[in-house]
Design a protein around this ligand. Structure first.
Ligand code: COA
Length: 423
């Protein structure tokens, strides 16, 4: 790209086109794993409005943590920084060195397992292992983890004996990737299930990898092969032959796109109306707000009753507006006098309250003084709903910042119960 042509669109990397190094680009978009059928009868786009693409509705994929991890894994594998391989005891020197390295990782990470037992199973010719190796600065590959399992080909399941990642490399996504490789390998062998007797500490990890405590595999297929003993939980993962476990994000992308296409048939998710002109100071008529009438017609159809457009409108005549403000002032005065209102009377002062990060966390702050100022302005609360929304937001902010169990949140809920009765 030439330097002076800054506007030229960047190439969007897709699966198989993940660069060897670098951060995930903000505009990174995955290619779905299959072609996504278009909506059969999408709601028509009225004149003056336009259609937002499915990709546009979903936004870039880079925002999701699971995509970021997947991206980093693929990058490391493509650049040769890490390698996953299936190894079994075939008496070859390279295989034996890798199995020895794996045995050492298991012995360190699973201290409760007797060393001879671990050694016996890792080198057992009926077992095989998915091994993760990492390239060191000297270019040598060192075993960082792996999963040792025994495939029962006739019974069409595998049993995981040991699985571990070196402690220096844990919680970086290698454990998940290792399991994905193991699933792909067992699928390749024609197996339908993976079973394991999970140590109680490892149950949450296995759950995140799609294992469940409910065993659906017929007992006749595994009984006698697996010993379910005390202190462990027998868990099962059902393999789906259609799923590419190494590219789950692409599958999720296709599923999300399908959902959006379906939604286009029953909602207006894809229809974008031009916005209102913020410069136009004059009052805007309801019927001139793009999309409002169409939305109302839809609600009428689903509710089976007519909703007059005027019922959405704020009172236009000064007398009814004045009556509304009188009523709101009456409610606000009582709310301010309530015994649980004291934390909400003034805007939060971070210094005084020690809530130094308050305005970093709460992006739309509101309090009873601000509500009073808005009411005094006369043109802000043109409906009761707008007033109620501010009060509600005050309670939600409190809960979001302090948490559900905090005593201030309890006061907030007392106050909420009170004003809900008044509104
Ligand atoms: N308890 C709760 N959650 C755990 C966990 C544990 N013991 N181990 C991992 N997780 C979670 C991670 O936090 C992560 O969650 P997230 O996706 O919501 O962020 C997820 O599981 C996967 O993490 P990942 O980084 O892919 O796994 P890892 O590289 O840390 O490897 C183990 C996971 C279990 C292999 C690793 O912790 C290990 O070697 N432990 C010691 C040996 C062991 O217990 N083996 C299992 C029995 S044989």
């Amino acid at each position: 790209m030439s330097q002076d042509n800054k506007e030229e669109p960047k190439e969007v990397p897709v699966n198989g086109n993940v660069p060897l190094t670098g951060e995930i680009p903000l505009d990174f978009r995955l290619t779905p794993c299959c072609e996504v059928p278009k909506a059969k009868r999408p709601r028509p786009v009225p004149e003056g409005a336009w259609e937002m693409s499915t990709e546009g509705i979903l936004g870039p994929d880079s925002q999701h943590a699971y995509v970021q991890r997947w991206y980093s894994m693929v990058q490391q594998e493509k650049s040769g920084a890490v390698k996953f391989q299936v190894v079994r005891n075939d008496s070859k020197r390279e295989s034996l060195i890798l199995l020895l390295g794996l045995k050492n990782v298991f012995v360190r990470q699973l201290p409760n397992m007797p060393k001879p037992y671990v050694t016996r199973l890792v080198f057992d010719r009926k077992h095989e292992s998915t091994i993760l190796t990492k390239c060191t600065s000297s270019g040598e590959y060192v075993v960082m983890g792996g999963c040792c399992y025994r495939p029962f080909i006739e019974e069409r399941f595998a049993e995981i004996a040991f699985l571990a990642i070196s402690d220096s490399e844990q919680v970086r996504g290698y454990g998940t990737r290792l399991m994905s490789y193991t699933k792909e390998r067992t699928k390749e062998l024609g197996l339908t299930h993976i079973l394991t007797c999970a140590d109680n500490n490892a149950v949450p990890y296995f759950k995140k990898q799609g294992f469940s405590k409910t065993i659906t595999l017929e007992k006749e297929r595994w009984q006698g092969y697996i010993k379910d003993y005390d202190g462990v939980t027998l868990m099962e993962c059902v393999l789906n032959p259609k799923v590419d476990y190494l590219n789950i994000p692409s599958m999720l992308k296709a599923q999300k796109m399908c959902l959006i296409e379906k939604l286009k048939e029953i909602s207006n998710i894809h229809i974008v109306y031009p916005g209102l002109d913020p410069e136009a100071r004059k009052r805007i008529r309801l019927e001139d707000i793009p999309g409002l009438k169409e939305g109302l017609e839809q609600s009428e159809r689903s509710l089976g009753k007519t909703i007059p457009l005027e019922s959405l409108a704020a009172p236009r005549d000064p007398a009814s507006l004045q009556a509304l403000h009188k009523e709101l002032q009456h409610i606000l005065t009582q709310v301010k006098q309530h015994q649980s209102a004291w934390p909400f009377l003034e805007p939060v002062d971070p210094e005084q309250t020690g809530a130094l990060d308050y305005y970093d966390v709460i992006k739309n702050p509101i309090d009873l003084r601000t509500i009073q100022e808005r009411l005094d302005r006369g043109d802000y609360y043109v409906t009761k709903e707008i007033f109620a929304a501010d009060l509600k937001r005050m309670i939600e902010n409190c809960e979001a910042y302090n948490g559900e169990k905090h005593f201030i949140t309890e006061l907030a809920h007392n106050l909420e119960r009170f004003f809900n009765q008044k509104l």
